[in-house]
Every structure is written in structure tokens, then in C-alpha cells.
Write a protein that binds this ligand. Sequence first.
Ligand SMILES: Cc1cc2nc3c(=O)[nH]c(=O)nc-3n(C[C@H](O)[C@H](O)[C@H](O)COP(=O)(O)OP(=O)(O)OC[C@H]3O[C@@H](n4cnc5c(N)ncnc54)[C@H](O)[C@@H]3O)c2cc1C
Length: 394
Amino acid sequence: MCSADPAVPAAGRNGSGPRSAGGTDGAAERDLDGFGGVLLDVLVIGAGQAGLGVAYHLTHDAAIAVAVLDAAPVGQSWLDRWDSLRLFTPRRFSALPGLQFPRGPGRYPSRVQMAAYLRAYAAHAALPVRTGVRVHRLFTQGSLFVALTSAGPVRARQVVVATGPFHRPVLPSAAAELDPEVTQLHSANYRRPADVPAGPVLVVGGGNSAAQLAVELAHDGREVTVACPRLPWYLPEDVLGVSMYWWIYLAGILNADRDAAVSRYIRRRGDATVGTELRELVRRGRVRLIPQRVIGARGRDVTLADGAAVAVTSVLWCTGFRPDTAWIDIPGAIGSDGAPLHDAGASPVRGLHWMGLPWQTRLNSSIIDGVDRDARRTARRAIAALARDPRMPT
Ligand SMILES: Cc1cc2nc3c(=O)[nH]c(=O)nc-3n(C[C@H](O)[C@H](O)[C@H](O)COP(=O)(O)OP(=O)(O)OC[C@H]3O[C@@H](n4cnc5c(N)ncnc54)[C@H](O)[C@@H]3O)c2cc1C
């Protein structure tokens, strides 16, 4: 397996790979100096944790030409999140293969520490990352993939799309029906309490973002109401002084197959809210919690599923995200709802793979701890496909 162009980086070919923590930084970004004529064995799109994880296994398990492209600097997804964000996964569960998360004060890393870790990881593992390159369109041409990028076209025999499931904010139709005088913000654009005008705020959503931001705004002295589709399912951060992550890991839940009974149960029940601070604030009357879905809006009122109306001046929509797949122009790759079609990350389109999708194989597929197993599996699949298919460029 080789590239048509020896200039294509193929870092870490059969190397022993990094095995310990380190504080390196900066040198990860390789310069491809334009892409004219380049044929890659594997193009990885996205240098977040999912893309870096699969690049690690691709470059350390085989001698193939790999490049990882990202529109943004490594770690930017984390830096784009709100200022106070601390991961809900402890350091031990926030690392990628081959490099421990550095020790430090506090059990949970901050978003800035996470971004720094990812930058250090890319450098430490010598991954062939090039940032500042957006893929505008991906399509097939004969047996190859062509990516039209901001730095020119790139051809590849296999492609891993690792562009993250949390990029296109989802807003319910009620958002468009609200009076323009009402301030509206999606959690994707929230950074700090000052972003929400003084006065009461309705936080809409039943996930961890809604819980964390409702708590932050309540601590900022706001009158906070939370509207969520059902009563939150609170998980304490720790039990007997040990992080809840250890317990669900030890119980086999984190790594249970997506079709296992426990995984099906969790999917039915919805995401748990990590931590019990919101419950405490609700109990003390500091936050009002309404377990009703928002189904519409009229004027300055938000309408709930039970017919009740809540008057609002500011709304913080913590209503989730969907992946941005509009740039993928490959028949059979994307469903009618815009979601990737796949079986455990393998697309029905030959040579196309996904990484980092929620429930790709298990509960932890879209969090850092799950990257290693899915990345190893994806890399093996891509490497095996390259070995089976000796086609060379036309
Ligand atoms: C608010 C929030 C909190 C979270 N907290 C935790 C936590 O505590 N612990 C945990 O384990 N997980 C957490 N997650 C889940 C998950 O770990 C993160 O979303 C993580 O960023 C996902 O990594 P990723 O590599 O899949 O995608 P991303 O980090 O989103 O990386 C994708 C990369 O692809 C690039 N990209 C996208 N489109 C293109 C394109 N067309 N061309 C070129 N580049 C492109 C982007 O610039 C980006 O760098 C959280 C998620 C959210 C939203």
C-alpha cells in the first residue's frame, strides 16, 4: 500500500508509538504544501478526539499514507464551549490511546485543559494533521474519493469522517414563533451568564448542558425555569468517594454493545444528568423545573405539551445538535434525515467510515473514553480494505 505521491505524510509507520504522558505541544501540524496530485490511502476529516484516535491506529498499525484535515486548530471544539465547562468525565476517562491525561488539581479537566491535551496528543503521536483546511465537498470519482478543500482537491482510497456529532445546533420550531423581543440563545453560542440579559430565563432541554447552564445561571442570581421533556434522571458524580464513571465502567455499562439490554434501556430512558446540583436547587426552590416538552410559542409565551404557557423574556435552548453532513455528496451515505447511514461506523458506501457517532458501537462511542475501541476497529477495517483492494490511481 503506498501513495502516488511520496510527499504525503505517513507519520508513525509501524512505530512503537507513544506510551507515556508528555507535555509536548505545537509540532503536530504538518504542511502538505498544497494537494495537487496527492493520493492518500486514508483521508481523515476532523482532528478532534475521534479523528486523532483513528489516525493514531492508522499510522501505528500500518505503513500507509494518511492525512488528517481540520478546518480549525486542534482542540477548538472544546475552546468554543462555555467558559466554565468542566468535563463530566474524570481525567482517567478523558484520554486517547498512548497518552495519559496529565495529573492535576481536580478530578475533572476543564475545556482548556482538554484542548491542550488534544494538541499535545497530536504532537506526541506525530500525527499527520493539517489544520486550517475545510472540506467543502466530498464525492466519489470512479473507485476513489475526492475531497474539495480550501487548500485544493485531495484524492483518497478510504475516508474516515470524524467531524463530530455536535456541530449544527437544533432549534425547535417554537424558536421561530417567539416574539423578536425575546432574547434567544442556543447553548452552542452561550459562553457566560452575561450573554443572557438580566431577568428571568427559561432553559429548555433535558440533558447535561441544560442542567449545567441552569445551575450556572441560578448561581448568577437569575430566576431560572427549566422545561425538559421528562424528569431528569440524576446520577451522583461519585459514590463512596469514587467517580460514578468508575462504577458504570466496572459494571460493564460503558462498554456494553449498543444492542445489549442495558444499552437499549439507557437509550429508551435518555441521557442521565451527571451530578445532583440541579435537583438540589429545585428542591430549595431556587430553580423551577417543569417536566413538559416545549411544543410551540405565541408572542412572548412558550407553549408546553400540557397546554400551559410560560411567559419568557430570555430563552436558552439546550436542545442539542445534529451532525453537519451537507457537504457529503455521496449517494447512499446519508439518510433522508441528514444522519449518517452506517453499521457500527461502516458506511454502506465502500471505503467510507464514520467515527465518533453517538451509539456508533456503545454508550461511550461519542465521548473520549470510547474513542480507542472504535478507532482501533475503524482503522483495522480501513487497513483490511486497502489490503484487499490493490487498485492504484488512474
Ligand atoms: C457541551 C458538551 C460537553 C461535553 N462534555 C464531554 C465530557 O465531559 N466528556 C466526554 O468524554 N465527552 C464530552 N462531550 C462529547 C464529546 O466528547 C465532544 O463533543 C467531542 O468534542 C467530540 O469529539 P469529536 O472528535 O467527535 O468531534 P469534534 O471535537 O467536534 O471535532 C470535529 C472536528 O472536525 C472539524 N470539522 C468539522 N467539519 C469539517 C469540515 N467539513 N472540514 C474540515 N474539518 C471539519 C471541526 O473543526 C472539529 O475540529 C461533550 C459534548 C458537548 C457538546
